[in-house]
Design a protein around this ligand. Structure first.
Ligand code: XBP
Ligand code: MG
Length: 261
């Protein structure tokens, strides 16, 4: 039977609704500061999320704006400046308390600590953004909660490329089959599955209906046991949330489920 030794967390969309309430808002503030008449509404930003990485997302959107510089080098310079400012504004939003952790996340993290299940972060967002979010919610010693934290700066290729998971597994010395990743997006699931890491999907605002084919379980969030497929098989622990017993049970079944099956 496969046992759970390490839980790897994605950040954006999984720990918090950072995309809709954080990065998107901060990008729009940066556009204003730079005097650009650009605005990413929720629907457009959702489409842009097909591109991983905030700087890459800016570059992908530039051809739709006549104010964008005509040549590639100038676009790159503008994207870097906007992205750097966006990250400062994002950190300020987080500090102001605008981005809470999703319900059930802190509880599962505490359960991992109490039961000796190692945790790691595997994200392709910038390290400063992870630092801002986790410092706000876990405190100044947040890094001690995680055996390793792999971020966008640590890889050459972002999700769905598996490099971030490869790197995390190498640093952890973990067998992927004793590991579970928690992700919210098809890009994240693809990255983890490419290196055989079983994935639990907690649906987020932007990927509520996205096609997910390869997960050991798919559900609405860690704070509720209803709505999960397969149904949680662990002890309910007197609470309605999803806990380590449930994740162990899904891992032991080790069936890959599709939302379409
Ligand atoms: C999500 C991303 C990031 C964020 C913005 O990564 O694609 O680019 O949208 O962050 P993950 P940056 O799901 O791996 O956490 O602006 O720092 O790229
Ligand atoms: Mg995500």
């Amino acid at each position: 039977m496969q046992t759970l030794k390490t839980l790897i967390w994605d950040v954006d969309g999984t720990l918090a609704e950072t995309e809709r309430d954080g990065h998107r808002v901060a990008f729009n503030l940066a556009f204003q500061e730079f005097g650009l008449p650009w605005h990413w509404d929720e629907a457009w930003y959702g489409r842009l999320l097909r591109v991983s990485g905030g700087r890459e997302r800016l570059l992908a959107d530039m051809p739709t704006h006549r104010e964008a510089p005509p040549d590639a080098r100038m676009r790159e310079i503008l994207a870097r400046s906007l992205h750097a400012r966006k990250n400062e504004l994002y950190a300020a939003l987080v500090d102001d308390g605008a981005i809470p952790l999703r319900d059930g996340v802190a509880e599962l993290m505490r359960e991992c600590r109490d039961r000796g299940v190692r945790m790691a972060i595997a994200t392709t967002t910038s390290r400063g953004n992870v630092e801002a979010l986790l410092r706000r919610h876990l405190g100044a010693d947040w890094q001690e909660w995680f055996a390793t934290t792999v971020c966008g700066e640590d890889v050459r290729r972002k999700k769905p490329d598996p490099e971030v998971y490869e790197h995390a597994l190498r640093l952890l010395g973990s067998d992927p089959l004793h590991t579970v990743a928690i992700e919210d997006s098809p890009l994240g699931v693809a990255a983890a599955r490419a290196v055989d890491v079983p994935v639990l999907v907690t649906r987020s605002a932007y990927f509520a209906d996205a096609a997910i084919d390869e997960a050991i379980a798919i559900g609405p969030g860690l704070d509720e046991r209803a709505g999960w497929r397969p149904e949680p098989g662990g002890a309910p622990q007197g609470s309605r949330r999803v806990g380590l017993d449930d994740i162990e049970a899904w891992l032991a079944r080790s069936e890959v489920v599709s939302q379409f099956a």
